[in-house]
Design a protein around this ligand. Structure first.
Ligand code: HEC
Length: 112
């Protein structure tokens, strides 16, 4: 029983540690961001005309979670979520978890 708890705690700690030190590569993310800039602006400043919010300087963990939500159909699948539905296919252009982390690292590096 005690051993189980120790394992559970160890698993949790490693989970948090891996997300806290998510190794996003901003340089690779910059290349991936090229598509995103069309709506979110070259510097991530956002573009109201396209309903695309500012992303510059946004926390990596938040950007990662939103991109996963779009990819997993949690966001941007309800027909009433018009702007979310515009974003969802864009998240699909990020093929891997690593690509998501890289683009998030680049977004975080942009001055807000
Ligand atoms: C066709 C225009 C378009 C492109 C291209 C685009 N987005 Fe978006 N994005 C949007 C819109 C519109 C929203 C707002 C969705 C909403 O209102 O829920 C959005 C929302 C987001 C959000 C959520 C912001 C928040 O605060 O919750 C993130 C993160 C994001 N985009 C990242 C990206 C990334 C990374 C790329 C490139 C892979 C990208 N977007 C490409 C239009 C676009």
């Amino acid at each position: 029983m005690k051993l189980k708890a120790t394992f559970a705690i160890a698993a949790l700690v490693s989970l948090f540690a891996s997300s806290a030190f998510a190794a996003g590569d901003a340089a690779r993310g910059q290349t991936l961001y090229a598509t995103c800039g069309a709506c979110h602006g070259a510097q991530g400043e956002g573009m109201q005309a396209l309903n695309a919010p500012s992303l510059a300087g946004q926390e990596e963990w938040y950007v990662i979670r939103q991109l996963q939500n779009f990819k997993n159909g949690i966001r941007g699948t309800n027909p009433k979520d018009i702007f979310g539905m515009q974003m969802a296919p864009m998240a699909m252009t990020l093929p891997t978890e690593q690509a998501i982390e890289d683009v998030a690292a680049y977004i975080k590096s942009l001055a807000d």
